[in-house]
Design a binder for this molecule. Structure first.
Ligand SMILES: [Zn+2]
Length: 348
């Protein structure tokens, strides 16, 4: 198994909803600490790795991937011992009933309960999140409060698997991006200083990236993401997918959070063509990424997002192709390395 996949497996299995990314940081730190020149955690929890350049170029480049995943949080306790919950990040409540979850630091097993189908009066109607509760086997409110206090994190209990060229697991958005950023930092020096930042709280509003870009003050920002592949069913003529599997890295032209400067877009397309790397354009208008936080920092930062297409993101199990992951890693690596060779700093 390649290092990319080994790292993705460990990262995918780790719990880390927005605001509680500690376990993900714990995995990343030892992997990169000997290959970077400085490693620190800022007050919000962003893990900032500094890799000094060779000195050939004065640029300062920020590469981000977010550590947090969508999940649930304990918002209270019922008298029967079940946990009241709310979503952290964008999750559809209709996906949740019956799922296995892991609760808190001790990874307690739990299930998202719903009234038994035998008793439900309107079994076709999807419940809202306030109608759902997590059952951890507690028999009283006191016991539930002791086992899972207010604010406790809850994640899907999914374990990573591979099937052929595909990987299945939770939180590929954006642990796949984290795996690529780790790979990049483990490689050789760049012509310029690189700040690899594993950000926090992307799923609740690009919050970590915003402060990281303010701290780093980069000349360029590159966001590595796991993005939406809604390419099924293939037979339907009117399907216009955001991205598709098996077509390589997805380059964003515009999403709801930012617009890629044309010169930066041309650079990445040029590099992909020169290196014969498969790529596609993400269909505009959907989602937001850390580039949305980065590009508005200080006096402004040209930013671009390059992403791995993943089916079923923000659900308990996502699916990606190893070939897309590798192609995205190669494009990000080549695109960043060649930033120094092009005159990209001037806005035309
Ligand atoms: Zn994401």
């Amino acid at each position: 198994m390649s290092d990319l996949i080994t790292h993705l497996e460990a990262l995918s299995n780790a719990p880390g909803i927005s605001g509680d990314e500690i376990e993900v940081r714990r995995i990343i730190r030892p992997l990169i600490k000997d290959r970077v020149d400085d490693l620190r955690v800022d007050p919000m929890g962003n893990l900032i790795a500094y890799k000094a350049g060779t000195g050939a170029s004065p640029l300062r480049v920020l590469i981000t991937a977010h550590m947090d995943e969508v999940g649930l949080m304990v918002m209270g306790h019922h008298g029967d011992g079940c946990l009241k919950i709310d979503a952290v990040g964008s999750i559809s409540a209709k996906l949740l009933p019956g799922l296995s979850v892991r609760v808190g630091k001790k990874s307690l097993p739990g299930v998202i309960g719903l009234q038994a189908i035998h008793r439900a009066s309107d079994s076709d109607k999807a419940p809202g999140i306030s109608q759902l509760a997590v059952d951890i086997g507690a028999k009283s409110k006191d016991e539930a409060e002791r086992l899972a206090p207010l604010g406790t994190s809850i994640v899907f209990a999914t374990r990573f698997q591979t099937i052929g060229d595909s990987c299945l697991g939770k939180a590929f958005d954006d642990r796949a991006g984290c795996a690529i950023l780790i790979d990049l930092l483990l490689g050789g020096r760049f012509p310029f200083d690189v700040y690899g930042v594993f950000t926090v709280q992307e799923e609740v509003g690009l919050r970590g990236a915003r402060v990281a870009a303010y701290t780093v003050e980069p000349d360029f920002g590159i966001t590595v993401e796991g993005t939406l592949a809604d390419d099924l069913p293939k037979e339907e003529a009117d399907v216009s997918p955001t991205t598709e599997l098996d077509k390589g890295a997805a380059i964003t032209v515009m999403d709801r959070s930012y617009i890629t400067p044309p010169r930066l877009l041309r650079h990445f397309v040029h590099v992909a063509e020169e290196e014969s790397l498969p790529f596609q354009f993400k269909q505009p208008g959907i989602g937001g990424t850390d580039s949305g936080g980065v590009h508005r920092a200080k006096a402004g930062v040209p930013a671009i997002t390059v992403a791995i297409p993943c089916r079923y993101i923000h659900s308990p199990v996502s699916l990606l192709r190893q070939s897309d992951l590798t192609a995205t890693a190669q494009l990000v690596n080549a695109g960043v390395r060649q930033l120094a060779t092009q005159d990209l700093l001037t806005t035309e």
